[in-house]
Ligand binder design. Structure first.
Ligand code: SF4
Length: 762
């Protein structure tokens, strides 16, 4: 199938205006190389196929990748700025929109201070280089502490545990899937997600390759997932009990003398603390909670420790539980204790030709990048400059100094993707002013006063700016825009520059220059190139040219980076012009050992017992009896191969056919609850109820119900024509935003106690 061009239904027959463009798929973290057929006359994308010349993805493409053709000219895409007048959105000019935004935000900041303006960005900013590079300087000018992101929905625990163990929030060790002998996947389903916090296109092939070379793959999950289907072993675990399971593994490592730091000897501190903590949890102690036999735990610990190389990878399911940070931490403790961090085939720190420059907070002296300030109402901890999303509703709704009165959302739909959708909707209605930058009028942006449209991906250049620190191979790339902007379109970075300039009271040109000079100064001082500090700033500035935008920043980062040309001082080095000569990608090889460079802890050692996380162990101990004797069913999420973010539900090619928003339930539970296949179940918590059809399957643990995220497209005022035909039920309508993982403030979406009942037929 990968060799066949997938033509969109709109493809003109016999057109002579079609050209083929190598691009990176903009939809998920895998960043697959695609060949995109574009019609220059109609400005449509008319065909997509996997790019076999891409050295990283080698032709792989999934169903979502094909949907780009439909996304590109979805009639629901917003084409012009919209301003709400008398409750209705009307088309406006960019100047009108920018003027209104500048006037209202400045007035609110002046009267109430910068914290009165909140800001939320969704994960698509990682695929929009303009947003990625222009958001940090905008936030700096805004000066608000009320910054929120999609991360505390599903990822912050991993960033936090990495930040405290290795000293850098973005130093997340990534499994070296192409060389490992033993791969443990806990709470992740990379066959469906195509990898998360791990950029490795074509995960099904890569997983199969582990087995073909004699390795072993283990999946730990409450559900027999699509990844479990191609693994050697599936270990079914009760949702939320992963930290006990992990402590039991560590207990075995110590008890059976299996700890061997190998090359990490002398670089690790806190081992005795971990030994003492794990001593409380021999496998037999956790069996009742985890529902995993003690011998299975022992066997796994032994095999993992004795493998030549092994990688323990944890994702969504382990981040989104009551002890998300503890789970994320313990996974990497296992990797460290078995000498599998910074080792080929283990968990490594990716090296790219550019550094990740976004939200890469590190220790300053002895001060870790967490809890340096707290939310106003509940005192929740900041992490890497952002607050837990669970604080948003109360920060908007609670009067007083510092109350959020205006809000900016960017490339996100928090009303659907965050807990307590209804509460968040009501909170947004309570704002004095709201701006959204988005492609759609969706469940969130309908609350805005101004919506700025983001142009389609095909209209901007692209390069792996964010995922560079998650890629299992170092494959730089740059893709040209397929179409130029139309007259009434603006790049995302142009829109952010205009807002930033109005907030700062300077011209856009001055904002651009200031930002560039600051980056230049920073990377002449901190660039990884050995000659970076010898770069002449004036020579560099001249070389970067006068064309503003993210490409110029990419060039700067390449040239001051480890493989760069140091602005001519290293003529064999790379710059953007050279990267452009490899439109399918330039393969610079696998990850390399670099722990000494990656570590940013105060003593440059790996801290396997960070005090901030260890402080959560009393809570963990106290919770064990609840897991041993659960008194209700629990809900977990689910990713479907055809969805990623909520906006994908507006693409017919992805939602047509069978209903994908169903609840998975075990036959024993179905029989007990008198639910037949396809019957409606009512799933409720103390904050609400949803109804959706059930799929009965023995692939899920009894006592667990699995419901996918991102559905619930039945709200008034939304212009998502396809999604409204397939509304589905909203998982987040019944999740309490106040329930969080304590150290990180991450939402709890896995192991949520729920009541499940059959809906009586009317
Ligand atoms: S795996 Fe991700 S990046 Fe690759 S084609 Fe599918 S959606 Fe695109």
């Amino acid at each position: 199938m990968n060799h066949v061009i997938h033509r969109a239904e709109v493809a003109p027959q016999g057109s002579t205006d079609i050209s083929v463009h190598p691009r990176m798929c903009p939809i998920c973290e895998a960043y697959c190389g695609l060949l995109v057929e574009a019609d220059s006359r109609t400005k449509k994308l008319v065909g997509i196929r996997g790019d076999h010349e891409d050295p990283f993805s080698k032709g792989f493409i999934c169903a979502k990748g094909y949907s780009w053709t439909e996304l590109h000219d979805d009639p629901n895409l917003i084409k012009t700025p919209l301003i709400k007048r008398d409750g209705k959105f009307v088309a406006a000019t960019w100047e009108e929109a920018f003027d209104l935004i500048g006037e209202r935000l400045n007035a609110i900041c002046k009267k109430h201070g910068p914290d009165a303006v909140g800001f939320y960005f969704g994960n698509p900013i990682a695929h929009k280089v303009g947003l990625l590079y222009y958001t940090p300087p905008l936030l700096e000018i805004l000066g608000s502490r009320n910054i929120y992101s999609a991360s505390t929905v599903d990822t912050t625990p991993k960033f936090l545990s990495s930040g405290l163990m290795f000293g850098d929030c973005t130093a997340v060790p990534v499994p070296d899937v192409d060389r490992t002998d033993y791969f443990v996947i806990q709470g992740g389903n990379p066959v469906v997600s195509n990898g998360s916090l791990m950029t490795a296109p074509g995960m099904p092939k890569r997983i199969k390759a582990i087995r073909e070379r004699g390795g072993k793959v283990i999946v730990i999950d409450p559900r027999f997932t699509e990844t479990a289907e191609i693994a050697d072993q599936h270990i079914s675990i009760r949702p939320g009990t992963d930290p006990y399971f992990l402590l039991a593994i560590i207990n075995v490592l110590f008890a059976e003398n299996l700890v061997r730091l190998r090359h990490l000897d002398g670089k690790v501190r806190g081992i005795e603390t971990v030994r003492a903590l794990a001593a409380e949890y021999p496998p037999e102690r956790v069996v009742a909670a985890c529902t995993v036999p003690a011998e299975v735990i022992r066997q796994l610990a032994r095999e993992f420790a004795k493998s030549d190389s092994a990688a323990w990878y944890g994702r969504f399911g382990t981040c989104t539980q009551s002890f998300g940070t503890v789970s994320s931490w313990l996974q990497d403790v296992i990797n460290v204790l078995t000498g599998n961090v910074d080792r080929a085939g283990g968990m490594m720190f990716p090296v790219g030709i550019i550094p990740n420059v976004v939200f890469n907070d590190i220790f300053v002296g002895d001060v870790p990048p967490v809890n340096r300030w707290q939310t106003r109402v509940s005192g929740l901890p900041e992490f890497a400059g952002t607050f837990p999303n669970g604080a948003l509703i109360e920060e908007i709704m609670t009067p007083g100094e510092g109350q959020i009165r205006a809000f900016i959302t960017m490339a996100g739909n928090p009303v659907l993707s965050n807990p307590n959708s209804q509460g968040l909707s009501e909170a947004f209605e309570n704002l004095d002013f709201m701006v959204s930058l988005d492609i759609y009028l969706n469940e969130t942006t309908r609350h805005a006063d101004v919506i700025l449209p983001s142009p389609p991906h095909a209209m901007h250049s692209d390069f792996p700016a964010y995922f560079v620190h998650l890629m299992v191979r170092n494959v730089p790339k740059w893709s040209a825009p397929i179409f130029p902007l139309e007259e009434n379109q603006r790049h995302d970075w142009q829109a952010l520059s205009e807002i930033a300039a109005r907030l700062a009271g300077i011209t856009v040109e001055d904002f651009e220059e200031k930002q560039l000079q600051a980056m230049l100064k920073r990377f002449i001082a901190d660039g990884k190139h050995p000659l970076a500090q010898s770069i002449d700033p004036l020579t560099a500035r001249t070389a970067l040219g006068e064309e503003p935008g993210p490409d110029r920043i990419y060039d700067l980062l390449i040239r001051t980076g480890r493989n760069g040309d140091a602005f001519g001082l290293d003529p064999d080095g790379l710059n953007l012009e050279k990267i452009k000569q490899y439109p399918h990608g330039l393969d610079l090889g696998p990850m390399i050992p670099r722990v000494d460079e990656a570590l940013k802890t105060p003593d440059r050692k790996i801290d396997v017992a960070p005090a901030y996380i260890v402080a959560d162990m009393d809570r963990l101990r106290a919770a064990l009896p609840d897991y041993e004797q659960p008194n209700s069913m629990v809900m977990i999420g689910r990713r479907d191969p055809r969805t990623n973010n909520s906006w994908m539900h507006n693409l017919n090619v992805l939602v047509k056919g069978k209903n994908r928003c169903t609840a998975l339930i075990h036959p024993d539970d179905a029989a007990r609850l008198k639910l037949s296949a396809g019957a409606l179940a009512r799933v409720s918590t103390h904050i609400g109820a949803i109804e959706l059809p059930v799929t009965i399957t023995d692939t899920i643990l009894p006592g667990v119900i699995s419901i996918p995220h991102g559905w619930g497209h039945d709200k008034e005022g939304v212009e998502l024509d396809i999604a409204r035909l397939h509304p589905g039920a909203n998982f987040n309508q019944i999740v309490d935003q106040r329930l969080m993982d304590v150290p990180s403030g991450n939402a709890i979406l896995s192991g949520v106690p729920v009541t499940v009942e059959a809906v009586a037929a009317s």
